[in-house]
Ligand binder design. Structure first.
Ligand code: AP5
Length: 213
């Protein structure tokens, strides 16, 4: 089963994708994580996208479609979770064509509904384990021992360069201008299901499970 998690920055796409990986053995394809990895490893592409990402703008369609195309050729035993992709109508068309070309289908698009006030507090309080990627929050999800990851025990908590109010404002504008039209796009195809992203993390996971059947 291949699915898309659609929602603004901080909607909880990454959090729920990781749960689906654990519970259903699905494969998370996060274009944000792929781009951050390229940035950290200092590849030519990473250098090209660094300033764009830090400012909260979208990277070109060509780059992200190329990243996804490469991953679609790999193992798909548990199905893909597209997290943060597609983000434009051009990316959505490209994904449809790529899935068709590789003999795969899209099962559902889960729209995670949240309001902007919740997003600001989620994003500005977020930090992540640099070793295993587990996500935390200053108020809503603290590790049991400050500075130590509950999952892998590493002491390498990190904050993203674009998790500040100024970049977040740009990220939200980009979402409303370029990504939110995908809600109508997938609704028209009969693939859209929405969940309340403001509920507790476990309740959101339950709603997603019910939506997927
Ligand atoms: P990306 O990495 O995709 O970031 P994003 O879409 O802005 O989403 P986030 O990762 O910030 O949020 P999320 O929805 O995953 O929320 P999370 O689960 O972490 O993209 C970053 C940049 O890369 C873009 O700005 C762009 O430059 C570039 N890029 C990436 N893909 C691209 C593409 N396709 N095209 C062009 N450019 C692209 O949760 C957030 C916080 O809230 C956490 O602390 C978490 O613990 C907490 N939380 C989660 N759920 C709940 C809940 N239910 N209740 C309470 N707290 C919760």
């Amino acid at each position: 089963m291949n699915i898309i998690l659609l929602g603004p920055p901080g909607a909880g796409k990454g959090t729920q994708a990781r749960k689906l990986v654990e519970e259903r053995g699905m494969i998370q394809l996060s274009t944000g994580d792929m781009l951050r990895e390229a940035k950290t490893s200092g590849t030519d592409m990473g250098k090209k996208v660094a300033a764009i990402m830090d400012a909260g703008e979208l990277v070109t369609d060509e780059i992200v479609i190329g990243l996804i195309e490469e991953k679609l050729r790999g193992d798909n035993a548990g199905g893909f979770i597209f997290d943060g992709f597609p983000r434009t109508l051009a990316q959505a068309d490209a994904l449809g064509a790529l899935l068709e070309k590789t003999g795969q289908t899209l099962h559902s698009v889960i729209e995670m509904r949240v309001d902007d006030d919740a997003l600001v507090s989620r994003i500005t309080g977020r930090f992540t384990c640099g070793n295993c990627g587990e996500g935390y929050h200053d108020v809503m999800k603290r590790p049991a021992v400050d500075g130590t990851c509950d999952v892998c025990g590493a002491q390498d908590m990190q904050r993203r360069a674009d998790d500040n109010e100024e970049s977040l404002r740009t990220r939200l504008m980009e979402y409303y201008k370029k990504t939110s039209p995908l809600i109508g796009y997938y609704y028209a195809k009969g693939q859209l299901k929405d969940v309340d992203g403001l509920a507790d993390i476990d309740d959101v996971a339950k709603s997603i499970s019910e939506a997927l059947g």
